[in-house]
Design a protein around this ligand. Structure first.
Ligand SMILES: *Cc1c(COP(=O)(O)O)cnc(C)c1O
Length: 423
């Protein structure tokens, strides 16, 4: 490489991607980021904005796929990280942050009497499934078609998110006999769940995103979650709410408070790390007491309870506790977008609080099969036009869009105008 090429790589997204593709599979660290012909490279972020190496200033409606509910570089979170930084950032011992944060999160979630901190949402669901198997002594799990629970073997079956976009619902490299223990039911189909649980004795748990985020938002029909709770209870099957997206996104206490359902196990991630890597799982005390070292279900991690992540997370959740009206504001904003769109017959705008998306399908989808009917080519053109209008939405028809507390009235006006012209 001569000096001139080096310079071009440093300053342009196109150049950076050329180099990255030779060093990293697909040029990226996670598949959905591989926007074609090349992704923009972000140099810094603040509030509702991403600033790219190409000099663009974009309104961010991806919010890092969910965590950044207060917006980027929020002063309260930055301060908490800076203060923790002064004290060191990894000890391999317990820290005072853990019981403090554990108390905060369990108090907010009726389904969590005890909690274990881990380092990602994937790790949380992996451990939650093991725990359910350990508690029930049964081996199989049921998940939702199109439900995403991270990138590990047991749940990479019709998994939504990047997996759906890439058209590889199953990954290579997963033994068939592992996935044989994972069964699927459509979302919003309580009869389907009842029938699978009635036919199988060996089901340990039903895991679902209470609101489908990774192909959504797909919203639960009126009594769906209530029925899911009754059916799992009747069959002695643990109910795992994967609230990695919905936790503190739908409100304090996530979907379980919003819909008044108490799951047996809850997984969290994303927002509870304030933008730093984190995950957590928790549940009823008698279940959680099986986790090592208290019980026989092994789970461990070098970075678990990482002090920087917990400090950033606690600052975020603390800020939310001090400003609970954030949820009403966010809801008002997505409603304003919805009302400005009207029904145009082309697509459907679906929203729940600060989760929203324009589906290229005339009616809002109720499950994976209906989501797959969306016109992805039309979405692709829409996404490109939005980016040209300096608005970043996740580059997949299947990912939820998010707003943060940092989006301003003028951002919302810009978004409304962009929807009018880009659809
Ligand atoms: C993002 C996500 C995960 C995985 O979390 P990571 O931190 O990316 O491992 C699991 N479940 C749901 C519902 C998610 O949205």
């Amino acid at each position: 490489m001569n000096k001139q090429n080096d310079e071009r790589e440093r300053v342009s997204s196109a150049g950076l991607f050329e180099r990255a593709k030779t060093l990293m599979p697909g040029g990226v660290s996670s598949p959905v980021r591989a926007i074609q012909p090349y992704p923009f490279y972000t140099e810094r972020a603040e509030g509702s904005r991403l600033k790219t190496v190409d000099g663009d200033d974009l309104i961010d409606c991806c919010c890092a796929y969910g965590p950044m509910i207060l917006g980027h570089a929020h002063p309260a979170v930055r301060k908490a990280i800076a203060e923790q930084l002064e004290k060191g950032w990894l000890y391999g011992t317990p820290t005072p942050l853990e019981p403090a944060y554990a108390r905060m999160i369990t108090a907010d979630h009726p389904g969590m009497q005890m909690i274990r901190f881990v380092s990602s949402g994937s790790e949380a669901t992996m451990a939650a499934i093991r725990l359910a198997r350990g508690f029930t002594g049964k081996t199989d799990i049921v998940k939702i078609e199109g439900g995403f629970h991270g990138a590990h073997d047991a749940v990479l079956v019709k998994a939504g998110s990047g997996a759906t976009t890439m058209g590889v619902p199953d990954s290579a490299g997963i033994p068939a006999d592992v996935v044989a223990h994972t069964r699927q039911v459509p979302y919003n189909d309580p009869e389907g769940l009842e029938s699978i649980l009635a036919r199988n004795e060996n089901i340990a748990a039903f895991i679902l995103e209470p609101v489908l985020g990774n192909i959504g938002p797909v919203i639960p029909q009126d009594n769906y979650l209530r029925e899911v709770r009754a059916i799992t209870k009747a069959h002695d099957v643990l109910l795992i709410f994967d609230e990695v997206i919905t936790g503190y996104r739908l409100g304090i206490g996530g979907a379980q408070v919003k819909y008044g359902i108490k799951p047996d196990i809850t997984t969290l991630g994303k927002i509870i790390g304030g933008g730093l890597p984190v995950g957590a799982f928790g549940g009823r005390r008698e279940i959680m007491e099986l986790v090592a070292p208290q019980g026989p279900v092994y789970q461990a991690g070098t970075y678990s309870g990482n002090p920087l992540s917990l400090a950033a997370g606690m600052a975020t959740i603390g800020w939310i506790h001090d400003h609970p009206d954030i949820y009403r504001h966010l809801d008002d904003r997505t409603r304003a977008i919805e009302e400005s769109l009207g029904s145009d017959g082309k697509g459907s705008f679906v929203r729940l609080g600060s989760m929203f998306k324009y589906f290229f399908r005339s009616a809002p989808p109720q499950n994976y099969r209906e989501v797959k009917e969306c016109d992805t080519a039309a979405f692709g053109k829409f996404r490109e036009r939005m980016l040209a209008a300096k608005i970043f939405i996740p580059p997949s028809q299947f990912e939820t869009n998010f707003l943060s507390a940092a989006h301003t009235d003028s951002d919302i006006q810009t978004l409304i105008q962009a929807y009018q012209t880009c659809r």
